[in-house]
Design a binder for this molecule. Structure first.
Ligand code: M6R
Length: 606
């Protein structure tokens, strides 16, 4: 949600800043802008391509700050594009987050004679810093004093013309990463644009301000006390943030499924004992023994992963589980205690609602655990313990490879807690053995992508879709619907198969297709009856079924087969054709699935 990128060093900053912005485009693309103290500012409505068109040839310099916007306050326009300036045009700020008290600050600044040029909350920061520059010689002191007056969230970079080498970065609630190169420094909202230059990074914590020069950096807290923190090394290379020959990140990331699943599993399965070894939970081993209840908190696709996790953990570990939307959890006084563990699932580890739920859990005395993909992210750091997905960076706005790795991590949690409690050695071994085969089974589904592409062509006419499933595959139906909606803008609803007759079946006619997720599992017969009900009303049906099921081919209009597996693992397979279907539907409609309108990858505002 908004992307910031900044550079100070000895190279020509212009091309570097634009390249950095391109790799952040999944965070927002309402407008883009760049400021270089030696050349000035350029802003444009739209994404980086629009900005690039406006950059003059002589736009050069050795440092600068750049921004991609996902609009919150003020419409997407050039006027509202960052970086925003003070009255004198000497101070520039690029910001991700929301300044909640901007109205009162703006009124106060206007009464002192400041003139505002945009409708954004961010602009107050530039004017506040300008105000404090009158009382100090040091730019960073003015920034620090200004930050004491703001309420809200920020991940920001600021520069002033008088000190072209210097960048001041600050963080409160929105991520900021510092990249440490040789005689150069970078700042970004996440490591992806930094990785092509250096793998050494420092994650700023809330309430920290960094003063950055090409060959040095210093971090202080808001009260000016010094912070000592060494750089950590990111263990993925630049190739992970490229499309590697695929047209879109979404397709590339779906195709990475088998590799991602191998990575999530690596070193974590103890096959002969039917157990999972989760090093990330060892530090809280004593507390975990006392846990009597789980609350999974997450948003969007990660929430659907949580719903599937509920089926897994309750059936095999015998632990009661509730699954809560991050955005709702803290508004309804949840009853928690030390015997409750709150599990946060998040790809980015920065989703504001999920983070708020983690904090609420902590406040109410619960143990907090994370299933997080982004290493060093806020949720990963703030939870008491947890596991990383190791799915690698996910650049497509639509979560695909992260979801299947979340599901795999939840199976590992199930083995981990199940074998400590009620799960037999035999069951543990059966799940562990089968889990080992899942990556190659996903590869089989992906090899069949041509069939799904043809289906997308056949059903491109549809304006609405219903997705249905039961038990483990009910949340898969919900996920099929969100994926289709977000990348193709086709209206889609996910429903529990058995609920259809309580309402949605009224919508069905011959132009309203249903995707039915019907693997050969314990609820197959019931699902089959629901498909008959749809067919009786003339609705076309695409079935996602288990290889070898010839019966379903006689009833459904189209079938996509997935390899046979055990019920608990079936969502990891059945969701993949739905991801491909959404991708190809977007493609059919000429849409760019990596940049769905109105969306951003990491939702860092509540
Ligand atoms: O980074 P997170 O996993 O916390 O993100 C949660 C949701 O915002 C995310 O899954 C969103 O629903 C995706 N765009 C779905 O594809």
């Amino acid at each position: 949600m908004c992307g910031i990128f900044a550079y100070t060093g000895s190279k020509n900053a212009g091309p570097l800043l634009l390249k950095g912005l391109v790799s952040l485009e999944y965070r927002g693309y309402d407008s883009a802008g760049v400021f270089m103290p030696e050349s000035g500012v350029v802003r444009a409505k739209g994404a980086v391509a629009e900005l690039r068109k406006k950059i003059p040839k002589n736009f050069t310099g050795r440092s600068g700050i750049a921004h991609l916007r996902w609009a919150t306050h003020g419409e997407p326009s050039e006027k509202n594009a960052h970086p925003h300036a003070d009255c004198g045009g000497n101070i520039y700020v690029a910001h991700n987050g929301i300044i909640e008290n901007f109205r009162e600050l703006k009124r106060a600044l206007q009464s002192k004679g400041h003139t505002f040029r945009s409708d954004t909350d961010t602009e107050v920061l530039a004017h506040l810093i300008e105000e404090h520059m009158a009382h100090t010689k040091k730019f960073e002191h003015a920034v620090l004093t200004a930050l004491h007056e703001v309420r809200g969230t920020y991940g920001l970079v600021a520069q002033c013309k008088a000190n072209p080498d210097k960048i001041v970065a600050a963080r409160m609630g929105s991520p900021v990463v510092l990249g440490v190169g040789t005689r150069e420094r970078f700042v970004a909202s996440d490591p992806s644009p930094i990785i092509p230059h250096t793998q050494k990074v420092i994650f700023l914590e809330d309430g920290e301000v960094a003063v950055i020069m090409p060959t040095s950096h210093a971090i202080v807290k808001l009260d000016a006390t010094k912070v000592k923190r060494g750089a950590t090394t990111i263990d993925w290379g630049a190739e992970k943030v490229k499309k590697n020959g695929h047209k879109h990140f979404m397709l590339k990331e779906i195709m990475e499924g088998p590799e991602v699943l191998e990575n999530t599993l690596r070193g974590r399965l103890v096959l002969e004992k039917g157990r999972a070894k989760l090093g990330g939970l060892e530090s809280v081993a004593k507390e975990l023994k006392k846990i009597e209840r789980f609350i999974i908190v997450a948003c969007g696709t990660a929430y659907y992963a949580g719903l599937i996790g509920e089926y897994m953990l309750e059936e095999y570990a015998g632990i009661p589980v509730e699954v809560e939307l991050g955005s709702e959890f803290r508004y309804r006084s949840p009853v928690l205690n030390q015997r409750t563990a709150v599990i946060a699932i998040s790809q980015s580890g920065e989703t504001a609602d999920t983070l708020a739920a983690v904090r609420e859990g902590k406040k109410r005395g619960a143990l907090t655990l994370g299933i997080v993909n982004a290493v060093g992210s806020t949720i990963a750091r703030e939870t008491d313990a947890g596991v990383y997905n190791h799915a690698g960076p996910e650049m497509g706005v639509a979560s695909t490879k992260a979801l299947i790795s979340q599901l795999e991590a939840l199976v590992l949690f199930t083995l981990f807690f199940g074998r400590e409690r009620q799960m037999s050695l035999r069951t543990g071994c059966e799940i562990a053995q089968e889990l080992k085969t899942i990556p190659e089974k996903v590869a089989v589904i992906l090899a069949n992508h041509g069939k799904i592409e043809k289906l997308a062509k056949k059903y491109a006419y549809a304006r609405d879709f219903l997705f249905i499933g039961r038990k483990y595959n009910y949340p898969v139906a919900l996920e099929g619907a969100i994926k289709l909606k977000e990348v193709s803008y086709i209206h889609a609803e996910g429903y529990a198969s058995g609920e259809m007759k309580h309402g949605p079946i009224a919508m069905i006619d011959k132009k309203f297709p249903t995707v039915a997720v019907v693997p050969s599992d314990s609820v197959y017969e019931k699902n089959l009856s629901n498909i008959h009900e749809l067919k009786a009303r003339g609705g076309p049906v695409i079935a996602i079924a288990t290889e070898g099921n010839t019966e379903i081919a006689k009833i459904a209009d189209d079938c996509v087969y997935v390899p046979k597996t055990i019920e608990i693992l079936s969502p990891i397979l059945s969701v993949v054709p739905l991801q491909l279907f959404a991708y190809y539907m977007a493609h059919q409609k000429g849409l760019n699935p990596d940049r769905p309108r109105n969306l951003a990858k990491s939702v860092t505002v509540e």
